[in-house]
Design a binder for this molecule. Structure first.
Ligand code: NI
Length: 295
């Protein structure tokens, strides 16, 4: 035993052994713990875990339902499927009637023309170009919805005689289909551009009626509302079909005077199909309706 050293206690040995075992055990336990489990700081060498957010389906508005073309107002669709007839119960074989018609639309003036016709409570007949119907289908749909009659005027104002029967009728059918697509109306009415038609073309265009005119306002040439009004009031007879143009804006301002003048002279204004009591026969050309006796 060395000098100055306290004597070792008898319990010293077992305690040291016990403490050593405990310390070793704790060290081994710490070593076995997974890396990072004992620290709050992330290991900069380990990329952060990718957080996968559960896919939430993007709510999209359902595709809009296709809008069906508006149906003609009640009572506007006669037998034969030609709109514009029976708007008023009138027998044009007994009462003097005339039909205003507008060619070459639907142009950009159609809306204003429809507004004017609505204000005057008059229904007319439009002979429209297929290419313009395809470009402005909403104007055709509105025309039909407001009780006007419609027919075709070729796809792009082609001369049916020059085109020949087969090409002319294919063109007429293409236009008819465009009108049907835009308005839901399958119209057999055709106005040959320039009034150019012959028996061969008419015979080839099965299921169609050619509608010509007996009063030419020459509106496209004069663009003069007063002259147009004079033509209408001086030239019309019972059953007249009056040629005007959707593309002549001066007609719109002249319409109140035209309508008032016709009514003063005892005429009832109707659409082309309304001129006849029965649906128009196909395979024929007409220039006017019945010539009722005028008082
Ligand atoms: Ni024309």
């Amino acid at each position: 035993m060395e000098e100055g050293q306290p004597p070792r206690a008898k319990w010293h040995g077992p305690v040291v052994l016990f403490v050593s075992i405990v310390v070793c055990g704790l060290l081994a336990f710490a070593w076995l713990l997974p890396s990072g489990a004992t620290t709050a700081d992330p290991d900069p060498t380990v990329p952060p875990p990718v957080v996968v957010t559960p896919a939430v389906p993007v709510q999209k508005d359902p595709p809009p339902e296709p809008t069906p073309p508006p149906l003609p107002p009640e009572g506007h669709m006669p037998s034969g499927g030609v709109p514009g007839a029976n708007v008023v119960g009138v027998d044009c074989s007994a009462v003097p009637c005339v039909a205003l018609t507008f060619d070459d639309g639907p142009s950009t003036y159609r809306s204003a023309l429809l507004d004017q016709l609505k204000a005057l409570n008059v229904h007319v007949t439009f002979f429209d170009l297929g290419q313009s119907v395809a470009a402005r289908p909403e104007l055709l749909a509105r025309s039909v919805a407001e009780g006007h009659a419609v027919g075709g005027h070729s796809w792009r104002h082609g001369d049916m005689v020059k085109a020949g029967p087969q090409a002319a009728c294919e063109d007429a059918n293409r236009t008819r289909n465009a009108i049907k697509d835009a308005s839901g109306v399958d119209s057999p009415l055709v106005r040959p551009p320039y009034g150019a038609w012959d028996d061969a073309v008419l015979a080839a265009c099965t299921g169609m009626t050619f509608v010509l005119w007996d009063v030419d306002t020459m509106d496209w040439a004069t663009h003069d509302g007063a002259k147009v009004t004079d033509h209408v009031l001086n030239d019309s007879r019972p059953g007249s079909i009056i040629l005007m143009h959707d593309t002549v804006s001066e007609d719109i301002a002249a319409l109140p005077g035209i309508v008032a003048g016709l009514k003063e002279r005892g005429y009832t204004l109707v659409t082309v199909p309304q001129l006849w009591a029965a649906p128009l026969e196909t395979g024929r050309a007409v220039f006017n309706g019945p010539r009722a006796t005028k008082n």
